[in-house]
Design a protein around this ligand. Structure first.
Ligand SMILES: Cc1cc2nc3c(=O)[nH]c(=O)nc-3n(C[C@H](O)[C@H](O)[C@H](O)COP(=O)(O)OP(=O)(O)OC[C@H]3O[C@@H](n4cnc5c(N)ncnc54)[C@H](O)[C@@H]3O)c2cc1C
Length: 118
């Protein structure tokens, strides 16, 4: 990894990774510093995993109310552990997607924590 860059982005959340990818697409040598997983709060603990859990709740509710629509889905059991595992899987896939985009656009990535202003 080179030690000088035109642009260094701190944080690999939605703001940071989009900025880094665009900067590289515009021809600047770009590095992104992210201390945790790529994708930030949104991909790893915010928007994406919560929407995956909400989708499980939506399906459970649909099945419970199905009788009103003339569909008998029998007894509906829910398993929060399975829903949670799926939610984690979806987040991990998204984070790997961001990693792929970083590589595709030739952004260098440092996995360490930045302790001083870039
Ligand atoms: C439960 C929940 C649900 C949400 N749902 C939605 C939604 O449905 N729609 C929506 O638009 N928004 C939603 N949000 C908000 C969304 O997650 C944030 O707006 C978004 O993540 C902000 O992106 P960001 O890149 O600015 O910051 P972040 O996502 O916080 O990314 C910052 C990154 O910087 C890294 N970092 C910080 N300091 C350092 C350091 N010193 N060195 C190295 N790395 C560092 C962090 O590890 C982190 O990955 C939700 C948030 C939560 C908590």
């Amino acid at each position: 990894m080179p030690n000088t860059f035109d642009v260094i982005v701190l944080g690999g959340g939605p703001a940071g990774y989009v900025a880094a990818i665009r900067s590289a697409q515009l021809g600047m040598s770009t590095a992104l510093i992210e201390k945790e997983k790529l994708g930030g709060v949104c991909v790893n603990i915010g928007c994406i995993p919560t929407k995956a859990l909400l989708h499980s709740a939506y399906i459970a509710r649909l099945l419970r109310e199905a009788k009103d629509f003339g569909v008998d889905a029998g007894t509906v059991k829910t398993d929060y552990g399975v829903a949670m595992q799926r939610s984690r899987r979806v987040s991990d896939q998204n984070s790997k997607g961001v990693e792929f985009l970083m590589k595709k656009n030739k952004c260098h990535r440092s996995g360490s924590r930045s302790t001083r202003p870039p």
